[in-house]
Design a protein around this ligand. Sequence first.
Ligand code: SF4
Ligand code: SF4
Length: 74
Amino acid sequence: MDKKFRVHIEFDQCKACGRCIIACPRKILALGKKLNRQSYPAAYQAKDGCIGCGACFYQCPEPGAVTVYEIVEA
Ligand code: SF4
Ligand code: SF4
C-alpha cells in the first residue's frame, strides 16, 4: 500500500511567509484566516495528498514550525 503523509504546522511558530505554500508540489498548503500569537495567518494543510517530499520543511525559515509525519495505520 502507498505510504500516506501529513504535515503539521505549529500555529504560533509560523510567520506566514508563504514559502512552504509555493514550494509544495501538490499545492495543498494554504494560509489560514485566524491570526496566531504573533499576528500572522499561519499556514496549514488545507487538502489531503501530501507525498512527504519535505519541501515545506526545508523551505521554512522558522525552526520547529513544520513537521512531516508518515501516517501509519495499525
Ligand atoms: S511534504 Fe511535500 S507534499 Fe507534503 S505538504 Fe510538504 S511540500 Fe507538500
Ligand atoms: S514556510 Fe514556515 S513560516 Fe513560512 S508560511 Fe510556511 S510554515 Fe509559515
